[in-house]
Ligand binder design. Sequence first.
Ligand code: NAD
Length: 501
Amino acid sequence: MSFRAIMQEAGVPPATAPIAGALQAHTPIDGSALSYVPVDNAEVIGARIAAAQEAFLVWRAVPAPVRGELIRRFARRVRRDKQALGKLISLESGKILSEGLGEVQEVIDICDFAVGLSRQLYGLTIASERPGHHLLERWHPLGPVGVITAFNFPMAVWAWNAALALVCGNTVIWKPSEKTPLCALALHRILSEVIGDFAPAHPAISQLVIGRREAGEQIADSATIPLVSATGSTAMGRALGPRVAARFGRSLLELGGNNAAIVTPSADLALSLRAIVFAAAGTAGQRCTTLRRLIVHRSLATQLKGMLRKSYASLAVGSPLERDTLVGPLIDAGAFVRMQSALAAARQAGATVIGGDRVLPPGLDGGYYVRPALVETDTQFEAMKEETFAPILYVIPYDSFEQALALQNEVRQGLSSAIFTTDMREAETFLSATGSDCGIANVNTGPSGAEIGGAFGGEKETGGGRESGSDAWKTYMRRQTQTVNYSSAMPLAQGVQFPVE
Ligand code: NAD
């Protein structure tokens, strides 16, 4: 199927006539230009923010289960268009088709979750100390929510936020990555159509803003937007967080990870290998939850390194649209350069580097394909403590379990982690307060590939935000504590007396 046909099928036919100042969408498959996408200027963005506020005043009063009905209809359309959207994700972000389809499934899954949630959004009743009083906690809609997303999950991350935000009674303004505008246009077009056919919904309850960093900054600075949910690099969060805080806005930050897995002597090695290779080399190492550091008990190190080298050598690298491919391209030349400089730092630190070189699949010379790299090291050197958004797996031996935990927690990021063990004492310690310091901790499954049912996010420089399942919805609402006096007396709390005639 041609690139043009993929775009057409997804409802975003290519616009090839140059437009001044526009973004140019590319495919990492061969580096070619796909389409021009006009950028929204500050004035247009300002008008969209104002429209989001106007729509909020209407949408917040629509009963939550009716808001859920909108999301149910949207999910039905996404189910119908799953193949087309999945192919577009592969085309624009470079992830293999199975993962592209998996990402669309994630959109569907979070919508299903949000539909159920729309009949919950539960508060609390609390025992009051005063006779004839009723104390309760309720959750109310917050306002327009800004959603800024990264290139590597060009549809799912927005859906995690938007599905929840909309059933919670908020409106949404989405600024996608400048590297994946077509995915945003295709998915948002479907929601806009569904909104157009759904009478209770104001047309501006969900809007898209196409732009670069400045568009994200405008959202960060707008006092009309009480919550900014931003996904991307730690550098982005470091710039955006204080801007939102300066106006007392809330931010939900989902930033970089540097995820580790520990392999203990009792691990099932065959199972571990499958989990490790997917988590480290899948998505060409471009997931926030990608496995980057493998901490292996010294007694297993030689054996596991041998297994990894063999498995890595057999990984099919090539076009993500080909059925047998397991590793697609890096997003662009910049990602390739950063990967090579991380590998140079590893060599400098005395580590052994296997793989990592450029691969040139026939006819795809403009794409940046690499053989995923294994870096065998005895120490956790400085460059390993950074997130390099590429398929590099550092393998480091450990002697004691305490040392393994210390190595795992020694980085500034705290997103995801895993342990491979059949020893319940090690597994439970890893999951305990003295174990992994990450937002996600797994046993006998890799750090990558979360389900939507749990809250997703990480600690430390990963930003501390939680989105997706569990009670993450509470971030998208404001909590109100209410006291009702249904007696004819007027007692004050804490027994305070204030007699007035
Ligand atoms: P990026 O930080 O370059 O860009 C992310 C988004 O932020 C883009 O839309 C960009 O335009 C915008 N942006 C950049 N600087 C900004 C600023 N100062 N103010 C406002 N907006 C700004 O990230 P990327 O290269 O697209 O994505 C890769 C990164 O995202 C990796 O670090 C990865 O770990 C992280 N990520 C994290 C999660 C998570 O859930 N924790 C999920 C996916 C990706």
